[in-house]
Design a protein around this ligand. Structure first.
Ligand SMILES: C[S@@+](CC[C@H](N)C(=O)[O-])C[C@H]1O[C@@H](n2cnc3c(N)ncnc32)[C@H](O)[C@@H]1O
Length: 343
């Protein structure tokens, strides 16, 4: 958009909703489709014609050519002599071989488009149309996009999170509740050689987590436990518990019970670390956190986002102390909350 167009929208001379809702939605879908067709993997450091790319992706040449032009217009591809290649932004963030690739999380969000269609009915009736976790059980590729997508996020955040959560030299055992891919466990165990971790999650996530841990050759330090943390025993004797992006899948009452279980599972002096996309920080609303709540409304029957004050209340209620909130810079919108169980 040009500066003049932006000013026209700001002044109310051009219709803001078209540029807030319609154009970004189509741009979003164009990037999602190209990502699913693995366009950005195929156009990494090489130029291909629409015909060559259509053969590789098994797509219709004419329609693919139109998509490629769209991607040039929105800055994800460049064109030379009627051939196309990734721009820097596509190469950095969407080429699978980049260590910053977020291709999996985009595939996961594209899966979510299918459930967003139920949002209107959910808001009208109060009843969810879809259950994302059930869809994961029925469709392995959806589970894979979800778990590896969360790992894309984790790859962005792990260094920052590990640097903020101080682990004492005496700490030996870490519980990664809803740890899925195991990437955070791997990062903590690598930084703290005395530490071993247990990734506790549902069956579907753990199958993928085991692949990740084996690839990273961390199987001797990171173990897995299949279970449902709402109804099953989560164990005890832990020095650190990670509760990353799990609370938003459950209701406040269930989350209070999970926080209590974690308190009981920790040794005295132990640490709980929570990562969440908060909806409010103090009185300040977060657009990211509130929009994410809509995503949950569409696909998680009990899911919602929380404020730092709500989570702080649960932590204090069960006895945690030294509660702090830290804003994570590598993935804007994500907050880290840390607390300790008194000695
Ligand atoms: C959004 S993902 C977060 C994964 C990882 N902690 C991270 O932050 O990247 C939530 C994880 O919690 C798991 N989960 C959800 N409900 C659970 C439950 N009741 N018991 C155990 N795991 C659960 C999901 O299977 C999923 O892997």
């Amino acid at each position: 958009m040009t500066l003049v167009e932006m000013i026209a929208i700001k002044l109310g001379l051009a219709p803001a909703p078209i540029f807030d809702a319609l154009i970004p939605a189509l741009k979003s879908k164009a990037i999602f489709v190209a990502n699913k067709l693995r366009v950005f993997d195929r156009l990494s450091n090489r130029f291909l014609s629409p015909r060559e790319l259509a053969q590789e992706t098994n797509a219709d040449e004419g329609n693919l050519a139109m998509l490629l032009e769209v991607l040039v217009a929105v800055g994800y591809l460049k064109r030379k002599n009627c051939k196309y290649a990734n721009t820097k932004v596509a190469q950095q963030w969407l080429f699978e071989g980049s260590d910053k690739s977020v291709g999996n999380i985009l595939r996961h969000i594209d899966d979510n488009w299918a459930i967003w269609v139920g949002l209107e009915e959910t808001i009208r009736t109060g009843k969810p149309v879809f259950n994302f976790m059930q869809i994961c059980n029925e469709r392995p590729e959806v589970q894979r996009n979800y778990t590896l997508g969360m790992m894309d996020n984790a790859r962005m955040l792990a260094d920052e999170v590990v640097s903020k959560v101080k682990v004492s030299p005496q700490a030996r055992s870490l519980l990664d509740l809803g740890g899925a891919h195991g990437y955070y466990s791997i990062a903590f165990c690598r930084k703290y050689p005395q530490l071993n971790s247990v990734v506790f999650d549902l069956e579907g996530a753990i199958q993928i987590g085991k692949e990740v841990v084996n690839q990273e050759k961390m199987g001797d330090r990171v173990a897995f436990q299949v279970g449902d943390c709402v109804i099953d025993d989560i164990g005890s004797g832990y020095d650190v518990t990670l509760l990353f992006n799990l609370l938003h899948g459950e209701s406040p009452d269930t989350d209070k019970a999970i926080v209590k279980k974690v308190y009981d599972a920790l040794n005295r002096g132990g640490t709980i670390a929570i990562v969440e996309i908060l909806n409010y920080k103090g009185k300040k609303e977060s657009a990211t956190g509130l929009l994410f709540a809509l995503n949950l409304l569409a696909g998680a029957p009990r899911g919602r986002t929380y404020s730092d004050e709500e989570i702080r209340g649960w932590l204090e209620h069960v006895g945690f102390a030294n509660i702090e909130r830290i804003e994570l810079r590598r993935m804007p919108g994500h907050s880290l909350m840390i607390a300790t169980k008194p000695t």
